[in-house]
Design a protein. Structure first.
Length: 429
C-alpha cells in the first residue's frame, strides 16, 4: 500500500506502519508490504524480510528506483530488442506487475538524479527526462550525453553516478588483466608506462547536462583502477567511492612466486574514496589484505613481498579476492535500524577463478561507516542467492547479485543478472 499526501511543510501522519513524517517535496511511501514466506530464498539478519518484486526481467545489471517506488532496470543484453525495463506496482502489493521496455542497447549503468534517468551502453551514456510521476517522457529519443568511449571485450561495462554539482562519473575499465605485453600469458612482463591508462583503467568525469561529449570534453578524474562496476556518491562527505575488481591469475602467470592458495585469495577487492587526480596504482601494484600493504605486481618486478610506491593511494577498505563487487550503495533511508544509516551495502557478484579452492561471494555485505569513513569489519547482510553452499563452492549460482538501489520508503533493492530477479529487502521488526 502506498500513501501519498500533499500537505505543506512537515506533517505527522499516523499510519498502520507507525508514526511517519511527510516532506512536501517528496511523496511518502509507507512500508506495508509483506515478505515472501521463504524471504525470497535469502538469509537475512533478524527483523528483515525479502520478497521477489519481479522475476525473469532479463540480465539485470544496475537499477534505480523513483520517488514513487517504480523501478528502472538496465539489462546487460537487450531482451526482445530492448535494454531498459520499467516496472510498476499497479496494485500496491509490493510485486511489480506492469512492465514496459525501451532503449535498444545493452549495458550496465543506471542512475536517477535531478529529474533525469541516466543509462549507459558499453560506449555511450544517455539521459531521459522524467515527469512528475517518475516516468520517462522521451523513451525513443534520449539525449546522448557521452559518446565514443573505448569498448573492448574485457571490462567493457560503463558504470555511472552523478554528484550534486552536475558532474557525471563514468568507469572505463582496463581492457587487460595486468597490462602484460601478452595479456594473460604466463611469464609475460608488464608494458612500460601502460598505454591502456590513456583511455581506460580509471574514472572519467563529464558534465551531466551537456550533450555529445567525448574524451576531449572529459577529465580523467582518477586513474590506476583496473575495473570499477560498483560506485556511489557518498552524501555524508560529498565524495566518490568505488569498488575495484582486483587482478587475476597470480599463480597461473607466475607459478614460481605464488601458490594456488595465494592466487585464490589475493589480491583484495578494494573500496577507494577518490579525489580528483588520485592514482590507485593498477597495474603496477595490488593490495594484499592480510599484509595490509600495497605489493609490487610480478609483471613489474614484484616477488609477492616487495612493497609498492607511496604515490599510490591506499584503499578505504579491503575484502577477500575475486568476489567481484558489482554494486555499491550508501544507505540514507529511515526504514532500517540506525546502525545502517550512512553505511555502505556492497553486492558481490561472486568468483569464478578460485579453483581448486571453493568459489566465494554471491552475497550482499554491509560495511559500517563513521564520519564518512569505513569503521569496523564488514558483515554478510543478505546471503542465499546462489541456492546452496554446494552451488556457491562450484560457482554455479542460481542468482548473482549485481545492482543495488534504495526505495523511497528505505527498502533495499537487489538485482540478479542470472535469472533476472529483483529482490526487495524490508525491515519489519
Amino acid at each position: 500500500m502506498k500513501l501519498k499526501v500533499a500537505f505543506s511543510s512537515f506533517i505527522p501522519l499516523i499510519a498502520a506502519a507507525g508514526l511517519l513524517w511527510y516532506n512536501a517535496n517528496k511523496p511518502l511511501v509507507a512500508n506495508m508490504v509483506n515478505p515472501d514466506a521463504d524471504n525470497a530464498g535469502l538469509k537475512l539478519p533478524a527483523g528483515f524480510g525479502a520478497l521477489r518484486a519481479a522475476e525473469n526481467v532479463g540480465k539485470a545489471r544496475h537499477l534505480a528506483v523513483t520517488a514513487g517506488g517504480d523501478i528502472y532496470v538496465k539489462l546487460n543484453r537487450p531482451k526482445e530488442g530492448k535494454g531498459i525495463v520499467y516496472l510498476q506496482d499497479a496494485n500496491d502489493d509490493g510485486k511489480m506487475d506492469d512492465t514496459k521496455m525501451f532503449g535498444n542497447y545493452g549495458g550496465t549503468g543506471m542512475y536517477i538524479k535531478n529529474g533525469y534517468l541516466y543509462a549507459s551502453s558499453d560506449t555511450e551514456v544517455f539521459r531521459y527526462k522524467l515527469n512528475e510521476n517518475g516516468q520517462v517522457t522521451n523513451p525513443e529519443a534520449p539525449e546522448k550525453i557521452v559518446t565514443g568511449l573505448i569498448e573492448r571485450r574485457q571490462h567493457e561495462s560503463k558504470s555511472i553516478v552523478v554528484d550534486n554539482n552536475d558532474n557525471l562519473y563514468v568507469n572505463i575499465g582496463a581492457y587487460s588483466n595486468s597490462c602484460q605485453e601478452k595479456d594473460r600469458t604466463p611469464g609475460s612482463m608488464g608494458r612500460k608506462g601502460c598505454p591502456i591508462l590513456d583511455s581506460a583503467g580509471g574514472i572519467w568525469q563529464f558534465k551531466a547536462s551537456k550533450a555529445n561529449q567525448t574524451y576531449k570534453d572529459g577529465v580523467r578524474y582518477a586513474t590506476g583502477l583496473r575495473n570499477v562496476v560498483g560506485l556511489d556518491w557518498n552524501q555524508q562527505n560529498n565524495q566518490l567511492f568505488v569498488m575495484q575488481h582486483g587482478r587475476d591469475q597470480l599463480h597461473d602467470l607466475f607459478p614460481a612466486l605464488y601458490t594456488v592458495q595465494q592466487s585464490a585469495i589475493y589480491p583484495a577487492e578494494c573500496m577507494y574514496a577518490l579525489k580528483k587526480g588520485d592514482n590507485a596504482g593498477w597495474p603496477y601494484i595490488y593490495f594484499n589484505q592480510d599484509l595490509n600493504k600495497k605489493i609490487v605486481a610480478p609483471e613489474y618486478g614484484g616477488d609477492g613481498k616487495k612493497e609498492g610506491s607511496k604515490e599510490y593511494i591506499n584503499p578505504a577498505a579491503a575484502y577477500p579476492g575475486h568476489m567481484a563487487p558489482n554494486g555499491l550503495l550508501f544507505y540514507t533511508g529511515n526504514m532500517f535500524p540506525e546502525k545502517y544509516k550512512n553505511g555502505a551495502f556492497i553486492a558481490f557478484h561472486g568468483s569464478w577463478n578460485r579453483a581448486p579452492e571453493p568459489q566465494a561471494g554471491f552475497f550482499v555485505v554491509f560495511q559500517p561507516f563513521k564520519d564518512g569513513k569505513p569503521s569496523g569489519k564488514y558483515e554478510v547482510f543478505a546471503d542465499g542467492f546462489s541456492g546452496s553452499p554446494e552451488k556457491t563452492a562450484s560457482g554455479r549460482a542460481d542468482h548473482k547479485p549485481c545492482g543495488l538501489a534504495q526505495g523511497p520508503d528505505g527498502s533495499l533493492y537487489v538485482s540478479d543478472d542470472v535469472k533476472g530477479t529483483i529482490y526487495r529487502i524490508v525491515y519489519n521488526k
